[in-house]
Design a protein around this ligand. Structure first.
Ligand SMILES: [Zn+2]
Length: 307
């Protein structure tokens, strides 16, 4: 193929790629944002909107709205750029910088350039600094997030693995492991493990319905556990490991029943209980973010496509 034809073909491929990116619902960027986000530029230190922002809330990817950083992890590094000593699990990807020295950070969802990450500078206890351009971010104040956020509760075996998978999903603001569906107040892990309190190990998800639908959450739930197993998931056996959806309203109930119907029509014998949500009790702190803390992979929650 002549060189000019190759060039023309390449040109079209790039155009199609750009067009398909736009149709994927990314935000329109200003020329300054494009320079930083698409062309890996850097804003002038001290010039960014969020450098001195101390408000409570979530920092989202400017391009795709994925939640990236919590305000609780922001600190003043004196660098002139917003600095975070932690990122939301799975939200930020580290890649070697083209300069061969630094580590670049990009949005794990859309690849937007964010800035760089530095280690062992002794600035905070975690000894990490995500140095981020304000132009790569947008800010969702906590009050606004709480006003629009919705909750979903799912029980699908050991909560460590269920929490792990939902934390990775775009639009999920937080995931808490806990207990629900039982008869004892303030249950402990030991009590729940005895099977006598009636609780199921469950996760409570706070999500932004503008970014992720309840149906997407419920589909993921059915694909990360086996909804045909009665009172067990793999090696974990007992009523506390039952499969259940605890719906917050009629809309969630309808979605749950519709998806169960779809799975049954595909030949699965779904045993997932669908019940109205009751009180959710947070599990002990050592159960929260278990896999992120330990660096292990879930042993009994492997994603399997069912829809
Ligand atoms: Zn993004």
């Amino acid at each position: 193929m002549p060189g000019s034809m190759v060039a023309a073909l390449l040109h079209w491929c790039v155009l199609i790629l750009i067009l398909s990116c736009n149709t994927m619902g990314y935000n329109t960027l200003t020329p300054d944002e494009e320079r930083v986000i698409l062309h890996k530029g850097t804003e002038m230190p001290g010039s960014g909107t969020y450098y001195r922002n101390k408000d409570d809330g979530l920092y989202l990817c400017r391009r795709c709205d994925a939640p990236l950083f919590n305000s609780s992890d922001k600190f003043d590094s004196g660098s002139g750029w917003p600095s975070f000593d932690d990122a939301i699990t799975g939200a930020v990807r580290q890649i070697p910088d083209a300069d061969g020295r630094r580590t670049e950070i990009v949005c794990a969802n859309c690849g937007a350039h964010l800035g760089h990450v530095f280690f062992k500078e002794g600035l905070t206890g975690k000894n990490v600094r995500h140095c981020v351009n304000s132009l790569s971010l947008s800010f969702l104040p906590k009050k606004t997030a709480e006003a629009v956020a919705q909750k979903a509760i799912f029980a699908g075996g050991c909560f460590w693995g269920v929490e792990y998978h939902f934390t990775q999903l775009n639009g999920v603001l937080s995931v808490t492991s806990g207990y629900t569906g039982g008869v004892v107040d303030h249950p402990t892990y030991k009590q729940v493990c005895s099977g006598k309190t009636g609780h199921a190990e469950a996760v409570e998800i706070t999500f932004d319905p503008a970014l992720v639908s309840y149906e997407t959450l419920a589909k993921l739930f059915f694909e990360i556990h086996d909804p045909t197993q009665v009172n067990r998931q793999g090696p974990d056996i007992g009523t506390q490991y039952r499969s259940a959806i605890y719906y917050a309203d009629g809309g969630q109930k309808k979605v749950a029943e519709k998806l169960i119907g779809e799975l049954n029509s595909k030949g699965y014998h779904v045993v997932t209980q669908v019940e109205q949500a009751g009180r959710f009790w947070d599990a002990e702190p050592y159960h929260q973010d278990y896999y992120a803390k330990t660096g292990h992979q879930p042993y009994c929650h492997i994603y399997q496509k069912r829809f």
